[in-house]
Ligand binder design. Structure first.
Ligand SMILES: Nc1ncnc2c1ncn2[C@@H]1O[C@H](COP(=O)(O)OP(=O)(O)OP(=O)(O)O)[C@@H](O)[C@H]1O
Ligand SMILES: [Mg+2]
Length: 211
């Protein structure tokens, strides 16, 4: 698969050939700007490759309409964005609830559990602007896991956390991965975070260096 970005068609990803198996815990590492987030957006069906194919659960995703891809993404994937993408006017709980409502779920218990599991139960009624960056990151993680996705795509999920909270999040990913066989793909710059994964994919300059 290759990807060229923007109107100038700047090449970002070249000859990417990556298979992630069900129930794997994979870390993606590589220098800033090498294309990790872009690859993650393609895995999360938010971007389409310029050439090549993306399969999810055996389904070739380019044959789906935009709506079909959105539906698949909403149901199967939990995405932790590098910049969190929380809605500023909503509280932490509402940020999670709105994602659930779009899915047609209304599971207050699951939202509370998700907030609890990232250590943010007591800040449920705070808005993103009233939270520290690390706390916002934990809300973004709670939002990604609350619907119990089959695939968690997390873009530097511990990038803003202290060591105790990093450990908590990695432990959480490990637990959902071991208990329910969730597939986890996590971008990280931290070798100690990558050690939690079963497999490390290294990228450089838009290519996979080794796997
Ligand atoms: N919308 C865009 N238009 C043009 N180029 C883009 C666009 N988005 C990303 N790029 C380019 O793609 C390359 C890869 O960006 P990407 O965000 O995937 O890197 P990254 O590996 O996630 O970096 P970091 O570790 O800093 O988050 C960069 O050179 C960037 O300039
Ligand atoms: Mg990035």
């Amino acid at each position: 698969m290759t990807f060229r970005s923007g109107r100038l068609k700047t090449p970002v990803l070249f000859d990417i050939n990556l298979e992630i198996r069900h129930s794997e815990f994979v870390a993606i590492m590589g220098p800033s700007g090498c294309g990790k987030s872009t690859l993650m957006h393609i895995l999360g069906l938010m971007l389409s490759p310029t050439s090549g194919k993306v399969y999810l659960d055996g389904c070739e995703t380019s044959i789906l309409r935009k709506n079909g891809r959105s539906l698949l993404r909403r149901e199967k994937i939990g995405f932790v964005f590098q910049r969190f993408n929380l809605l500023p006017t909503l509280t932490a709980r509402q940020n999670i609830a709105i994602a659930e409502r779009i899915r047609g779920h209304q599971l207050d218990g699951q939202i509370s559990n998700a907030l609890e599991s990232v250590g943010m139960a007591d800040k449920a009624h705070y808005k993103p602007g009233q939270l520290s960056i690390g706390q916002q990151q934990r809300i973004a993680i709670a939002r990604a896991i609350s619907h119990r996705p089959e695939l968690i795509l997390a873009d530097e999920p511990t990038g803003n956390l202290d060591s105790a909270n990093s450990e908590r999040i990695l432990q959480l990913f490990r637990e959902v991965h071991q208990q329910s066989g969730v597939t986890v793909v996590m971008i990280t710059h931290s070798p100690s975070a990558a050690r939690w994964a079963d497999r490390v994919v290294r990228m450089t300059d838009g290519k996979i260096l080794n796997d």
